[in-house]
Write a protein that binds this ligand. Structure first.
Ligand SMILES: [Zn+2]
Length: 317
């Protein structure tokens, strides 16, 4: 956060503390939470329970203290959601956005689903909550947790699940009354095409659903330099996606998410935080390096025609 504090010295950064066990229970089952707590304390668990909870997979090794660690990364989201439920317009953190955790299973480095906790807290104050996920990966955990809930719309734009974890997020996953919206894009789709698809689907979805509040997951791994995926989005184009959500003018909880390239992640999140606050993004970072991307690799193919076909299928079946 030093970079953010250097760019926005007038905005205090506060410690939200841990999420509570009551927050976790808004989303996760008691047996699953019990398994997480036991493994976290080094206590034995039946192998079948450990397997069912997702801790025998390579992505989610059980480790000492993981319950408290998950409460810590969830605390930003739950506090941010409370700020908005209590009348705020914008609250944000970059520690959370762990969107893969299921109701009763860890998945994709995610133990507790802080995004879903934030949505659940907002639902106590708002009739309809929109969840927007711009991470490279499909926001599957949040989608499945609210799949039958017409009061929560989940909208995820991501690399096509045929080519990337978690393998879901197809257009055909539509939820109750079309409250699940997915934009799966082919590998190497460029940021201009990504942005146009997000703009069109977001507008149509908001017009139809009329949300009262928004949770935004700001994963940065759709960036062209990110090593985990194959989308070709620049920091500037990704930031325009943030602006689309900001311009809805709705109470907003903004969370972090994935991101695995150390020269892009901090720049993108600080640019997002500044932009959400209405502050300009400087041309250079305090150390003199450029804030935005320069000399990015030339895209192989923009996949525009395919993306436009996907958007047509999303909006018109
Ligand atoms: Zn991701």
């Amino acid at each position: 956060m030093r970079l953010f504090e250097a760019c926005a010295p007038d905005f205090p950064v506060t410690d939200p503390g841990l999420a509570t066990i009551e927050d976790v229970k808004l989303v996760h089952g008691s047996d699953y939470i019990d398994t997480v707590q036991r493994l976290s304390q080094g206590l034995s668990c039946p192998e079948e329970a450990v397997r069912a909870a997702g801790f025998l997979s390579g992505d989610n090794p059980a480790f000492s203290g993981m319950h408290d660690a998950a409460l810590a990364y969830s605390g930003g989201a739950t506090q941010a959601a409370r700020d908005i439920a209590n009348g705020g317009m914008l609250s944000m953190t970059v520690t959370g956005g762990l969107h893969h955790a299921r109701q009763n299973q860890a998945s994709g480095f995610c133990i507790y689903n802080d995004c879903a906790m934030a949505v659940s807290i907002l639902r106590k104050a708002f009739e309809r909550v929109l969840y927007v996920d711009i991470d490279l990966h499909h926001g599957d955990g949040v989608q499945w947790i609210f799949y039958e809930d017409r009061s929560v719309m989940t909208l995820s734009i991501h690399e096509d699940g045929r080519f990337l974890y978690p393998g879901t997020g197809h257009v055909s996953e539509r939820g109750a009354e079309n409250s699940s919206v997915n934009i799966p894009l082919l590998p190497y789709t460029t940021g201009d095409v990504w942005l146009d698809a997000l703009r069109e689907v977001l507008k149509a979805s908001v017009d139809r659903f009329r949300p009262e509040a928004v949770v935004l997951q700001m994963g940065t791994d759709a960036h062209v330099l990110d090593p985990l995926g194959h989308l070709s989005v620049s920091a500037q184009e990704w930031l325009e996606g943030i602006v689309l959500v900001k311009d809805l003018g709705l109470p907003l909880v903004a969370l972090g998410g994935g991101g695995y390239e150390q020269t892009t992640v901090p720049r993108m999140w600080v640019a997002a935080l500044l932009t959400l606050l209405g502050l300009p993004v400087p041309d250079t970072q305090p150390d003199g390096r450029a804030f935005f991307d320069e000399n990015l690799p030339t895209p192989r193919d923009n996949n525009r025609a395919q993306a436009e076909d996907i958007v047509r299928r999303v909006l018109h079946g």
